[in-house]
Design a protein around this ligand. Structure first.
Ligand code: ATP
Length: 366
């Protein structure tokens, strides 16, 4: 079913280097004369998406997961850094200034998205057969109406929507949330994509259906040869998806990647203090259910004015004076990339005084 697109040898499918996305917001009514508010949604992020890859991005609300995910699939232009598609600058392809022989339309087609609320992205006035014929018309214009119908029926059956002939004639509102999400997945897969961005795609489903949907996505991965960028605020879902898919987890904090690496390592041997906090706070992953949350403050700082030095220092249980002054760079530890001074045995961090306990630690019962 899969067609191969031209690639530069050895190049990752998508490669992000030092990517930054800053949003310049309008001044408020009473901000006359002040600088526009700049939201630093993503800062200094680098990683690769390989063929058949599974990458989960996890972190608190507002940490930049969606903005980063949209950058990966070409829906958000970065304000800094580079994003390459098969070795060529994605935005040069978009602007027509690339020397690569790749059409932007093909790039867009190969990078698909499924949303948290599939109902809103499926046309309510069209039957499923029409909704699913559309991508096939684009990717396989040579197919007859009968051949398209056959492919659609077989995919609907594959995702458990039986009898397919019955489902194909329904409108989206005649489906459950889980069925709508399956249709959204089918539609994305029929575009023959290199990457599907699944943005909180299972969050709205009943807990009992989440694992089923993740299993289905991973089952179909091999068949369609697609990679996933899976966004979740829930570390246990990210773990399930990336571990079963043999992939990686990226832990985001205030627009930056705190830790990135194989799911197994990030979960079982977290290195960044923030990953440890997330793990501690995730019921399925931690033995401790009560006690003191290992964090100095509970409030998330403002991405318009992120803390100087390490962005996590205001909440980090391990923060020392140097963390207020210097910004750590990502360091490779085994297969993980970790943005914390503690990764260097000889860093001045170790001789730096601990930060005053300006806030009492918050207890999990608060
Ligand atoms: N178009 C925009 N204009 C201005 N600010 C934006 C825009 N899109 C996102 N932001 C801001 O960028 C930051 C990151 O938002 P983003 O949606 O990427 O985070 P997220 O981690 O996906 O959050 P959530 O889990 O709540 O969806 C937030 O502070 C958000 O308000």
């Amino acid at each position: 079913m899969r067609q191969t697109r031209p690639t530069t040898r050895e190049e990752p499918l998508i490669s992000l280097r030092d990517v930054e996305v800053h949003f310049e917001n309008e001044r408020g009514l009473f901000d006359f004369g002040s600088d526009p508010r700049v939201v630093r949604a993503v800062d200094g992020v680098s990683f690769d998406v390989e063929e058949n890859d599974v990458i989960s991005l996890v972190g608190e609300s507002g940490c930049g997961k969606t903005t980063l995910g949209k950058s990966v699939i070409g829906l958000q232009r970065p304000t800094g850094g580079t994003i390459n598609y098969r070795g060529h600058d994605m935005w040069e392809i978009r602007d027509g200034t690339s020397d690569a022989n790749i059409d932007w339309k093909d790039v867009r087609t190969s990078l698909q998205i499924i949303h948290q609320d599939p109902g809103s992205s499926l046309n309510p006035n069209r039957r499923l057969i029409a909704i699913l014929s559309e991508p096939l018309r684009q990717t396989h214009p040579e197919l007859s109406a009968g051949e398209k119908r056959e492919r659609i029926y077989s995919l609907l059956e594959r995702v458990g929507m039986n009898p397919a002939a019955d489902f194909a004639e329904r409108y989206p509102h005649q489906l459950s949330g889980g069925e709508q999400q399956r249709v959204a997945l089918c539609r994305a897969l029929l575009m023959n994509p290199d990457v599907i961005l699944a943005d909180e795609a299972i969050s709205a489903l009943d807990v009992s259906l989440r694992v089923e949907m993740m299993d289905l996505m991973l089952d179909l991965q091999e068949e369609f040869g697609t990679s996933y960028v899976f966004i979740s605020h829930d570390l246990s879902n990210a773990r399930y998806f990336s571990q079963h898919g043999g992939g990686k987890i990226g832990v985001m904090y205030l627009g930056e990647l705190a830790e990135f690496g194989p799911a197994e390592d990030v979960i079982n041997d977290p290195q960044h203090p923030y990953t440890k906090v997330l793990r501690w706070a995730t019921p399925n992953l931690s033995e401790r259910k009560t006690g003191r949350l290992p964090m100095r403050k509970i409030d998330i700082p403002d991405p318009v004015n992120p803390p100087a030095g390490c962005r996590f220092h205001t909440r980090c249980p391990e923060a020392r004076a140097v963390c207020k002054q210097q910004h750590p760079a990502a360091t490779t530890v085994g297969d993980q990339s970790v943005t914390c001074f503690r990764m260097h045995d000889d860093h001045e961090y170790w001789n730096s005084p601990e930060l005053e306990a300006d806030e009492a630690a918050i207890t999990a019962d608060d």
